[in-house]
Design a protein around this ligand. Structure first.
Ligand code: DOR
Length: 447
């Protein structure tokens, strides 16, 4: 029997409405007891002193690119889940834009077997909506669900054909699977590589307009309402999308949404470096799809996250190699490595007084779980909470600790972040997944 006792932390469990000083006891991979002094009652425990720290359920990411199989040079299940552990994550949902794409039982099984062998935290695969993510033919949804997928997505690309999308949504109602759409109309973003706005004009780069996202959000909401399916909007990035989602939810549509830490906090100005008035350079590490937008969008996203119009923070952790980024902007791969900076970056909203810490934790834990009903899946009951009997997944956080982002020190193979050298306030001190300590910044003080 292995027992971990976390003493005297500020326990925040939004699922239970808990917010106060308590001990958390984990026995054999499950939460056993939570309450003041509960840790003192157990013997033979590994003890962690969490005085002055926040203790929350482990984070759950609905949107992680682990790159395996096929792109192991960018990331592996091992390195990606190690990055997740360092970021406070205990569950990540793995996107299917691998090689081969996760469009068959065999591909899903291979991911689950590799995760069993090498993952540091729980990996839940997402299946592709279309065969090979080619946008032409639907995948066998029932077979993928039986193999273990928790949602379907062609992320990286949108399902462009409206009729095919309608059928994907209609088919998904048979299995109650969320269809997670990357909303950017390909014909409107073609040749565009950053947000269509003044920075793109200055840099001489073609833009991707906000309307490319919004037209597809509107279209897919209409299709989801037509057939009564669960549509999930990936990485919402514009104020217009927020308004569409809010109105759809008001009507009772089954529409959920996620936002990334970077779309919440960074604008398109991140793409440009100005040495002086004449020499403006670009930063490919700020290239991402959908692109970083404008101040007004950030404001709308933060408000929507606070109000629950957006259900979850998802990282869109998208690791790439140095050579994918150290090239011309148009040719550079889009995406940011994010698992290890997600908490610190999102904490900006809390420190600016725009989001409460319990709400932030909700959007990182039980929020995503409820969004995709993950806790209804056999074996995942008690995901995202510290209720007795729940899975032994815990993040220990220091909301005020300042640290400097050093990409070279990331566990992720992807060093592609525009945050290198920047200071973040909010640090993950330790992570416990399934009752095992998978990350700790320094040996925690044993009592
Ligand atoms: O910037 C992005 N990169 N957006 C996506 O949707 C896909 C991702 C990737 O896989 O690199």
């Amino acid at each position: 029997m292995t027992t971990i006792a976390i003493h005297n932390g500020h326990v925040i469990d939004p699922a239970l409405g808990q917010d106060g000083i308590a001990d958390v006891v984990i026995v054999d991979g499950r939460i056993a007891r939570v309450g003041p002094g509960e840790g003192d009652a157990v013997i033979d425990a590994e003890r962690i002193d969490a005085t002055g720290l926040v203790v929350s359920p482990g984070f759950v990411d609905l949107h992680t690119h682990l790159r395996e199989p096929g792109f192991e040079g960018k990331e592996t299940i091992r390195t990606g889940t190690e990055a997740g552990a360092r970021g406070g994550y205990t569950t990540v949902c793995a996107m299917p834009n691998t090689m081969p794409a996760l469009d068959s039982r065999a591909a899903i099984e291979s991911v689950l077997r590799e995760a069993e062998a090498s993952a540091r935290i729980r990996v839940l695969p997402i299946g592709a909506i279309t065969v090979g993510r080619q946008g032409k033919e639907l995948t066998p949804q029932g077979e993928l669900q039986a193999a273990g997928v928790v949602a379907l997505s062609d992320d990286g690309d949108a399902v462009a054909d409206p009729s095919l999308m309608r059928h994907a949504l209609e088919y998904s109602t048979r299995f109650n699977l969320p269809i997670a759409q990357h909303c950017e109309d390909p014909s409107l973003v073609r040749d565009g590589h950053m947000h269509e706005g003044w920075v793109a004009t200055r840099l001489g780069l073609r833009g991707r307009p906000a309307s490319a996202e919004e037209t597809m959000v509107a279209r897919d909401i209409a299709l989801a309402e037509l057939v009564g399916a669960h549509l999930h909007i990936c990485h919402v990035s514009t104020a217009g999308s927020v308004a569409l989602i809010a109105a759809a939810r008001e009507r009772g549509a089954r529409v959920t949404a996620e936002v990334t830490p970077h779309h919440l906090t960074l604008t398109h100005e991140e793409v440009a470096f100005a040495d002086d008035y004449v020499h403006i350079r670009y930063n490919t590490n700020a290239k991402v799809n959908p692109p970083l937008r404008e101040e007004a969008d950030l404001e709308a996203l933060a408000n929507a996250l606070r109000d629950g119009v957006i259900d979850a923070i998802a990282t869109d952790h998208a690791p790439h190699g140095v050579n994918d980024k150290a090239i011309e902007f148009d040719l550079a791969a889009p995406g940011l490595t994010m698992l290890e900076t997600a908490f610190g970056l999102s904490m900006r909203l809390v420190h600016e007084g725009r989001l409460s810490l319990p709400t932030l934790i909700e959007r990182l834990t039980i929020g995503p779980v409820r969004t995709w009903r993950l806790d209804e899946i056999p074996g995942l009951q008690g995901l995202g909470t510290l209720a007795p009997g729940a899975l032994g997944d815990v993040a220990i956080l220091d909301p005020d600790a300042e640290w400097t982002v050093e990409p070279e020190a990331f566990a992720s193979k992807g060093k592609n972040t525009p945050l290198g050298g920047k200071t973040l306030r909010g640090r993950v001190v330790a992570t416990i997944a399934n009752g095992q300590i998978v990350h700790e910044t320094e040996r925690m003080v044993a009592l």
